[in-house]
Design a protein around this ligand. Structure first.
Ligand SMILES: Cc1cc2nc3c(=O)[nH]c(=O)nc-3n(C[C@H](O)[C@H](O)[C@H](O)COP(=O)(O)OP(=O)(O)OC[C@H]3O[C@@H](n4cnc5c(N)ncnc54)[C@H](O)[C@@H]3O)c2cc1C
Length: 354
């Protein structure tokens, strides 16, 4: 009997699979890529800084080193490359902002803010709209999530069933679950925002956010490996193509790209670059954000062998490896589940259905 059935085909499912593999916990994955595309659309950026308040992102001092080790191990396992270290260029709009940056770069944010103030010497960042001075965030970068998912599929190919999971076919017993002839001790659902259709976990309080991104082509830009961030971001993808994002929409939760979204992104581009460009792709997805902006991980209030791993929101790349490890250690009784992610905090919302 296998230890876990993983339901899902996005970042959460893939990160869990690698974590189980490392800890010698057996698993099978049942997933379809067609129900939710957040992971396929995301830029995959990890950024230790919250720019709005110039503070450290939640647990960044733990999640950033953890993700670097984790994804590097996955790269070694697959022989493919999907993680890139990049500086984030943060233009200053006023003197006060620069002074606060300098102060924090010497104190609580020393690990993450470069203490130098930069100009754009000899137009190093050609075609980018930069003010006279800007700062650089360290320990940032991005995961090419599509390549990570593809390589994960290759590694675990024999244990993946490419299909939609039919919840009505799940038989739950005290010490195991059965699904289409597969016996597993446990099942864990990593369904992103479509968890709303899950009869066992549809009640978990997500506050999903639709996001749109544009891929553009421009021959006039030089950004090197950096990410330019100014009320939106621009990141090089190679071959003169760049990704720009992202929008936030809490009302329209379809995964269809919209004209309004494209207009908003083009408006953002007017603040990021000077030259001409051609739009070559426009994509949308729905981020599985939670009500309190923390992941939602843990077991069902009634069925101890049913688990959920969700609520990765806008920061799946940073949060998933650290909390998949926390979950697996919790399952192996090596550590407790972090209280801030534990589904128990929402048990009071459970009305006994499913
Ligand atoms: C525009 C945009 C930009 C983003 N940028 C970033 C970023 O820069 N950095 C970052 O860290 N995060 C970013 N995110 C967020 C990131 O995408 C998410 O945190 C993360 O990918 C969520 O992964 P997930 O696996 O939980 O969900 P999903 O990606 O939604 O994956 C769920 C998977 O499960 C499958 N599935 C669901 N139900 C079933 C079922 N019943 N049977 C079979 N399969 C099923 C779905 O088809 C899907 O493949 C962005 C998101 C968007 C939309």
């Amino acid at each position: 009997m296998t230890d876990f059935l993983i339901v899902g085909r996005g970042l959460a499912a893939a990160v869990l699979a690698h974590t189980f593999f490392k800890q010698k916990i057996s698993f099978k994955i049942i997933g379809s890529v067609h129900l939710s595309s957040s992971s396929l659309v995301a830029a995959g950026i990890f950024n230790p800084i919250v720019f709005k308040r110039l503070t450290k992102s939640w647990l960044a001092d733990k999640t950033i080193p953890f993700l670097n080790t984790f994804y590097t191990e996955c790269e070694n396992r697959s022989g493919e490359k999907f993680i890139t270290q990049r500086n984030i260029i943060k233009p200053f709009s006023e003197e006060q902002e620069k002074q606060l940056w300098l102060k924090k770069s010497k104190n609580e944010l020393a690990d993450f803010l470069d203490g130098n103030i930069y100009a754009n010497p000899e137009n190093k960042y050609k075609g980018c709209l930069l003010p006279p001075e800007f700062g650089l965030v360290k320990q940032a970068g991005n995961l090419d999530i599509r390549t990570f998912l593809k390589s994960t599929e290759k590694i675990f190919d024999a244990d993946i069933l490419s299909e939609e999971f039919d919840h009505s076919g799940l038989q739950i017993e005290a010490d195991k679950v059965l699904y289409k002839g597969i016996e597993a001790k446990n099942i864990i659902f990593c369904e992103g925002h479509v968890v709303k259709n899950n009869p066992f976990f549809g009640w978990i309080p997500l506050k999903p956010v639709k996001g749109e991104v544009l891929t553009i082509r421009s021959n006039d830009l030089v950004l090197h490996n950096s990410i330019l961030n100014k009320n939106g971001y621009l990141m090089g993808l190679g071959n003169n193509t760049y990704l720009t994002g992202a929008t936030y929409n809490w009302e329209d939760l379809s995964e269809t790209p919209t004209d309004n979204g494209a207009q908003e992104l083009k408006q953002k581009l007017t603040q990021l670059i000077t030259g001409d460009y051609k739009v070559i792709e426009h994509k949308a997805g729905v981020r599985p954000a939670s009500l309190d902006r923390r992941p939602i991980v843990g077991s069902h209030p009634n069925y101890k062998n049913l688990f959920v791993f969700n609520g990765l929101g806008t920061k799946g790349v940073m949060l998933a490896p650290y909390f998949a490890n926390n979950f697996v250690n919790f399952y192996s009784q090596k550590e407790v589940l972090n209280k801030e992610i534990d589904l128990k905090r929402f048990y009071h919302l459970y009305k006994g259905v499913g």
